[in-house]
Design a protein around this ligand. Structure first.
Ligand code: J2J
Length: 546
């Protein structure tokens, strides 16, 4: 028996969140059914040459649900989903929702090390991939995952399945044999876990974030309202949709919640996105800061008409005020800063906020019941305007990671506040400005990399005696990673060490951008210093040299 995934708020909180109308008792499957009933002919998804109406999306999801159940999967089972920005993403995910199965969202960049970790921790029964994307063949990866993780019994492939199960084939079979009408009644309850997001992870391997229908749908519905989404919305999914930001803030799910349209872009750069904005009259999209900078560079020179774009959201990492100020003059649209996290809390600048709030803050929380504490290292509240550690709890912020008892003790206070690891200050009106962070991860263009995880990989190299990984400010990426390495005997070449890292089956964004060989690490008069202090000292030394 596999352990069920749960996410539980204390009863008095759950009661309050229901009474105040945050949790409405909807599930993803019932929301899609309601939209398909209300406006089945409206276009829901555009991707490549495909255009699916809401009715078609529901029909495809029902077929997929029948297919997954026909494989022998049972409600509550977990399924790792690793798909690029293609329409089938929604057939798969809403099929899983319809069957009461729980998607675990992996990014297209993840490789065997990460996928095996997610599948093992979630005790996943199946894994859904595309055959190929961006020059990578996922099928051998899937074979390796099946081999390494005994719970994974099925691999389902969108495209050419090879030795695995074909998504098109099984939905067609199940659809024909069973007919959507024979699907069981909706099995999920609103307080069940709907999906699993992946944490940015500051210590070691990424943790699993179980989100319930009630809590996630609240954040999506409220985000859609804040961003003014409606049936006329055309949302461009430029970032990988599995990430919490383009998925839920308000993202693709917000666009569907509002009855709008999603346009899937297989790549986020201007060359792919700009023609789509013109062709589909995109009204809103979300980017990480380095991509926003690329768009701002490309926009004045483009021949494409971008005037339909009303809102550009930027989040995932800090957008500097200088860049923020250029969005309206260059793109002619409103900037919205988004400071969120897959664990819950999301802050937005509001579309009608004064320009200095929009350009200089990372917004304010979604909900009146988002409790925000800003405290010093002893846990005492700091006055407004002073920088402190951000702690939060609320109607869509988790109380625990899945199967991570030790991490939960560190990440949550006794009274259930999530320690975000972010250092922020609060301005009048509750607006937050992100000033840094307390935890040791690298925020590389919005991708969060755990220093500890990379150090662990480097230590496995025979010519590495010790390694410390730090973040370094980078004009384009925001931050890049630098590994300080004490060699064991002869130092390997930096390029060889990077090549070796790439061959370790981890996401390529985790390969250190820079490697510096040193003969020893600093110590204090009394001896060894903590790794955290060591990272700070080495980072400071590197910055002093630049
Ligand atoms: C500074 N740091 C930011 C910002 C996130 C919406 C938007 C982003 C995410 C996300 C998300 C930042 N300025 N504007 O899930 O729904 C850093 C913080 C935060 C961490 C969370 C969403 N926006 N950050 O980025 O789970 O350090 O979520 O704690 O990937 O990103 O990372 P992640």
């Amino acid at each position: 028996m596999t352990a069920p995934l749960t996410q539980v708020w204390p009863p008095e909180f759950a009661q309050r969140y229901r009474e105040r109308g945050y949790w409405r008792g909807e599930t993803f499957a019932t929301v899609l059914a309601a939209r398909a009933d209300a406006h089945g002919d409206a276009i829901a998804i555009v991707g490549g040459e495909q255009r699916w109406t809401y009715a078609e999306l529901r029909a495809r999801a029902d077929e997929a649900a029948a297919g997954f159940l026909a494989l022998g999967l049972e409600p509550g089972d977990r399924v790792v989903v690793q798909l690029p920005n293609i329409p089938e993403f929604f057939a798969v995910v809403f099929g899983l929702f319809r069957a009461g199965l729980i998607p675990v969202f992996a990014l297209p960049a993840h490789r065997l090390t990460e996928i095996a970790h997610f599948a093992r921790t979630a005790e996943a029964s199946a894994y859904v991939i595309a055959d190929r994307h961006d020059g990578f063949d996922y099928r051998p990866l899937a074979s390796a995952v099946r081999h390494d993780v005994s719970t994974v019994k099925h691999v389902v492939v969108v495209g050419d399945a090879g030795e695995h199960v074909s998504f098109a084939g099984f939905t067609r079979l199940a659809g024909a044999a069973a007919g959507a009408g024979s699907l069981p009644a909706y099995t999920a309850s609103p307080d069940d876990v709907a999906l699993v997001q992946i944490s940015g992870g500051s210590t070691g391997l990424a943790k699993l974030i179980p989100r319930t229908h009630d809590d996630y749908l609240y954040s999506i519905r409220a985000s859609a309202e804040i961003c003014g989404l409606g049936p006329d919305t055309v949302y461009l999914a430029a970032l990988p949709v599995a990430h919490n930001f383009p998925m839920s803030s308000p993202g693709v799910f917000g666009a569907l919640y509002a009855g709008g349209r999603i346009v899937m872009s297989v790549a986020p750069g201007p060359e792919t996105a700009f023609p789509l904005i013109e062709r589909e009259k995109v009204t809103i999209t979300g980017l990480v800061p380095p991509l926003a900078l690329l768009w701002l560079q490309a926009a004045p020179k483009t021949k494409h008409d971008l005037t339909s774009l009303k809102v550009l959201q930027v989040g995932g990492a800090k957008l500097l005020p200088e860049a923020a100020r250029t969005v309206r003059p260059v793109l002619g649209c409103t900037l919205q800063q988004v400071f969120g996290m897959a664990e819950g809390l999301v802050n937005y600048t509001r579309l009608d906020d004064p320009e200095d709030i929009i350009t200089e803050t990372q917004g304010r929380p979604i909900a009146p019941d988002d409790e925000v504490l800003i405290v010093d290292d002893q846990g005492r509240a700091v006055p407004d305007g002073e920088v402190g550690n951000l702690l939060t709890r609320g109607p869509y912020t988790i109380r625990a990671y899945h199967a991570a008892a030790a991490a939960n003790l560190r990440a949550f206070t006794e009274d259930g506040f999530y320690r975000t690891g972010d250092m922020v200050k609060r301005l009048p009106g509750g607006y937050l400005v992100v000033e840094g962070r307390a935890t040791d991860h690298i925020n590389r263009a919005g991708e969060k990399i755990s220093a500890e995880e990379i150090e662990g990989h480097l230590l496995a190299h025979p010519q590495v005696f010790d390694a410390v990984v730090v973040s370094v400010p980078d004009a384009f990426l925001g931050e890049r990673s630098c590994a300080f390495v004490i060699p064991s005997g002869d130092a390997p070449k930096a390029a060889a060490l990077k090549g070796w890292m790439r061959a370790r089956d981890i996401a390529s964004f985790k390969t250190p951008d820079q490697v510096v060989f040193v003969s020893e690490f600093p110590t204090t008069a009394v001896g060894k210093i903590s790794r955290k202090e060591l990272r700070a000292v080495l980072r400071a030394e590197l910055l002093a040299q630049e």
